[in-house]
Structure formats: C-alpha cells, structure tokens
Design a protein around this ligand. Sequence first.
Ligand SMILES: Nc1nc2c(ncn2[C@@H]2O[C@H](COP(=O)(O)OP(=O)(O)OP(=O)(O)O)[C@@H](O)[C@H]2O)c(=O)[nH]1
Length: 288
Amino acid sequence: MAQIQWYPGHMAKAEREIEGKMKLIDIVIELVDARAPYSSKNTTFDRLIKNKPRLLVMTKKDLADDAITAKWSQYFEKQGYGVMVANMKNFNEYKKIIAKCRLILKDKMEKEASRGLKPRAIRAMVIGVPNVGKSTFINSLAKRKAAVTGNRPGVTKAQQIIRVEKDFELFDTPGVLAPRYNDEEIARNVALIGSIRQDILPRDDLFIYAVKYLNKQYPDALKKRYDVSFDEEDDWVIPVFDQIAKVRAIKKVRGETDYERVMDVFFKDLQDGAFGKISWEMPPCVND
Ligand SMILES: Nc1nc2c(ncn2[C@@H]2O[C@H](COP(=O)(O)OP(=O)(O)OP(=O)(O)O)[C@@H](O)[C@H]2O)c(=O)[nH]1
C-alpha cells in the first residue's frame, strides 16, 4: 500500500495535552465506533493514561451490526474494560454513561469518604479519534447544563468544566486522538467510518474493498440497494460499477460509465447508513 503521510502536528500536541490533564481527572470516557471498534481505538493512548479508570463506549450502535457489537462488548469486557454500547444521538444516553462511570468509581469514592475526605464530584474527560461522537456527547450535556465553571487550579479558561450533575463533571473539550493508519486494513476501516478522509487512500481501492466486503458479509444489503451480487472469482469490478450507475441513473460521460460519480454515490450511501447496520470488523473470536 502507498505510504500514508498523515500525522498532523496538532494530533501529537493533543496527546501531550491529554497526558498533562490525566492527573485532574478520575475517569476517561473513551469513545470508539461500534462499526470498527478495534480500528478506531488508539492504542498508544493506553500508554498515556496508564492505570486511570476508564469506560469504553462503543458509539453509533444504530449503524453497526448488533450481533457483532455484542461480541465486541464481550471481547473488551474480557480485557478488563468497563464497556457500553451507545447511540450518541439518543437524548438520554448520557445518563447511562454517567451511571456506569459512577459504578466504576464506586469503590474509590467510598474509600475517599471513609478516609474522611470531603465528598466531591467525579471528573471525567471524553477522548477518541475523529468522528466517533465526542462533540455530540459533550454538546448534549452542555445544552442541558449551561453552568460551566472555569478558573480552577490547573484548569485554563479555554478548557472548562461542565457540571453535568451534582456529583459529575466533564471537561468541555474532548481529547482528540490520532487515528491509526499504519496497517492497511485498519486504515481502510477508519476511512470507511469517516475517521480519516477517504482520499487519504486510493479511492478506487477503498471502493473495491468495501463492495467486496459487503458482497461477502452483507449480500442482501448490496442486492437491495443496487441489485448487485457477484462471484469474487469473476471479473466483477466493471460490471458492478456499471450496475450501480444504472440503478442510480448516473449519467454517462462520453458514452462511458462515470466511475467517479459512482464512487461518490456509494460513499454517500455508506455515510448515510443506506446499507443498514454494517460492521467492518469482527473480534478475533468471531473469525475463529
Ligand atoms: N447514527 C449516529 N451518528 C452519530 C452518533 N454519534 C455521533 N454521530 C454523528 O457522527 C458525526 C460525528 O460526530 P461528532 O460528535 O462530531 O464526532 P467527534 O468525535 O466530535 O468528531 P471530531 O470533531 O472530528 O473529533 C456527526 O454527524 C454526528 O451526528 C451515533 O451514536 N449514531
């Protein structure tokens, strides 16, 4: 695969900032995309947060394959994570997330109380790679609770804290982690879920990969949308382009199928969830 040159300086800076903030927070709420939870997880971050308690939230459950999401939950739970599956667009999702954070920190808070420390709010921070729903989550909380408090020790005015509930506070700016792209399959997955720009990869390669994957894992979805199904052994690429162009009435250019337009339509469909609930990767136990 062509070398992908993409690691903006601000990402490295963001990671340093997150590391600096670790001492101010009790729990990290780490968001990953349920459609590709492994690929959308930044593993270098594990080193940054050390042993900080954390809740792993698999977002966009409404777009992912439920059976596979359930397997991923088990997989991460086995690794010792507190895990939740969420649709960040749901109005009340934040309540469940807060309740789970409280549960994870219950022992710690009780221990503090038994040592005679003054009761205090749990302080959390949301982190994750681009496009996993961090802002959606924070904005939904910020809308409910306008009371933002800044000017606290160690907290700059730019980084403010939202008091969500009496005993729960959240940094109003998420920690943005670098998406992974050093492995071909991971890079494709993060492109397909919109965490890196699709044009970082050769677009036709991504298209071919995605169509082939859907044909294998979700043949009904592909058939329903474009009336397409094929045998991988056959010469299928051009006929599939032509078929999508036909079904979606894409105008020909000088008598030829407009391949770029076909890919535009396909990726737009993908982004809009037009194929139904799709997961792009399975946990290891599912492949066995
Ligand atoms: N269907 C669905 N869409 C979601 C969900 N969470 C977020 N989105 C959508 O995904 C897109 C990205 O959400 P953001 O909240 O901006 O993601 P982010 O992690 O803050 O992204 P960056 O700002 O790029 O770091 C938006 O269009 C959201 O509406 C979810 O659980 N389900």
